[in-house]
Design a protein around this ligand. Structure first.
Ligand code: HEC
Length: 122
């Protein structure tokens, strides 16, 4: 049924949005074109699709033991060390690790929108 699945999709997306604002650590933020511009300055050739591949890996591989830590909770310069340490546990290969690190560093250094709750934390 097309109608009910569309309703479901809308409710689902709304629930995700609420989750992201209510609890910054549950769902890692989506990368936007603003993030893509920033990552391309730092690592030329890296795209928005790469960032969101990193996000998907981060969500799927880094949240089996604990909730994914919000990117802003850790300083950009500290992320590579955490990911190196955790990538053994998460069984990330070299390319996957690189995508996750680029996503986390980029989102950690974001200054725009949706991260008010995260920056209020200690
Ligand atoms: C097999 C379980 C497991 C997986 C998978 C895992 N972690 Fe962890 N993580 C832990 C445990 C246990 C701790 C706390 C103790 C420690 O640091 O060893 C932790 C702590 C952390 C911390 C420190 C949190 C803080 O507030 O200081 C970060 C950051 C982190 N993990 C990131 C990641 C990332 C990124 C990944 C994916 C690459 C990942 N974790 C995958 C078990 C896991």
């Amino acid at each position: 049924m097309v109608f009910s699945s569309r309703v479901f999709a809308v409710v689902f997306v709304a629930a995700l949005g609420l989750g992201a604002t209510a609890c910054g650590s549950a769902a890692p933020p989506m990368a936007t074109h603003v993030d893509a511009e920033r990552v391309a300055r730092r690592w030329p050739g890296t795209t928005l699709a790469d960032l969101n591949r990193g996000r998907r890996l981060y969500r799927s591989r880094c949240s089996s033991c604990h909730l994914p830590v919000h990117p802003k909770r850790i300083k950009p310069t500290d992320w590579p060390g955490h990911v190196s340490e955790m990538s053994i546990r998460a069984h990330l290969n070299h390319d996957e690790k690189r995508l996750v690190v680029r996503y986390l560093i980029t989102m950690s250094s974001a200054t725009h929108a949706n991260n008010k709750s995260a920056s209020a934390k200690p």
